[in-house]
Write a protein that binds this ligand. Sequence first.
Ligand code: SAM
Length: 269
Amino acid sequence: MSNLVEIILQDNEFALIQKLIFNTVGITLDDSKKSLVKNRLLKRLNFYGLKKFSDYLRIVQYNRDEIAEMVNQITTNETYFFREQSHFDFLVKTIESLKSNSMIRVWSAAASLGAEAYSISMVLDSILGASKYQVLGTDINTQVLEIAKKGVYPLPWVDKIPLSYKQAYCLKGKNQYEKQFLITPELQKNVRFSQANLLEVQTGIGKFDIIFLRNVLIYFNDEIKALVIENILRNLHEGGYLIISLTENLRNINNPHLKQIDTSIYKKV
Ligand SMILES: C[S@@+](CC[C@H](N)C(=O)[O-])C[C@H]1O[C@@H](n2cnc3c(N)ncnc32)[C@H](O)[C@@H]1O
C-alpha cells in the first residue's frame, strides 16, 4: 500500500496565507494562485516533516522567522541583466548630465538576485569611475539577497551583458566553476545589498539621484502602490528620477511630486 497521501490546502488555510502575505509584504495573491502557493510552501512543510497546512500555519503565526521563510518561497524573483535596455540608455544620458555631482547614488529597490544593481553599476563605473558612485540593492527576500551578495551567476546569464561591460566586469569561472561567472570584486565594492520592505519608510539609507523600482508594482493593488511610491519618494532627491517597468503604470496614483517625463520614467518635483 502506498503511504503517499496528498497534502491538501483548504480554502480557509489559503485565505489565511493570502492575509499574512498581504499584511507583511503587500502582495495580492488572487485565488488563481492557490496551487502555485501550495507547491511553493510544500518545501516548508517537508522541512518540518508536516503533513497538514494547519500545523504549518500554527508555526507561522507564532514565529516571525517562519513568515520570512514563507515570503522567500512566495515572492517571484525573475530578473536578468540589462532588462529593459531603454532604461540603461536613459541612465547613460542622465549620468552625463549629473557628472559634476561629487557622488551619484542609485537604488535598486526590488533588487532580487542583483542583476539590476550590477547592470546599473557597470554603466556608472564605466562613465564615472569607482570613486564617484554608489549602488544600493534591497529586497524583502533574504535568499535572493544572499545570492546577490556573492555576485556569482550561471554562465548563460552573461549573454545579456553588452560586450564591453562583459569584458570589463565579468570573470568566467574555472574548473568546477566553469558554468558560472563572477562580477569582479572591484565592481562589487561599489554595490551594497540589504533587506528592506517597500511597505516601510526607509530611514538610514539616505537619498538617491535615481531609483529603479521595476517589476514589483505589478504585485500590488493601487492602495499599496500609492504607499510604496510615497515611501520611496522620501529617499529620492528633488529633481531625481524614478524608473518603473515598461509593463507597469502609475495611472491611479495621484502623487503631486511625480512628473512623468517618458514611458515609465518620472521626475520628483
Ligand atoms: C520580479 S523581481 C524584479 C527584479 C528586478 N527589479 C527586475 O526588474 O528584474 C520582484 C522583486 O520584488 C521583491 N518584493 C516583493 N515585495 C516586496 C516588498 N514588499 N518589499 C521589497 N521587495 C519586495 C521580490 O522579493 C522580488 O525579488
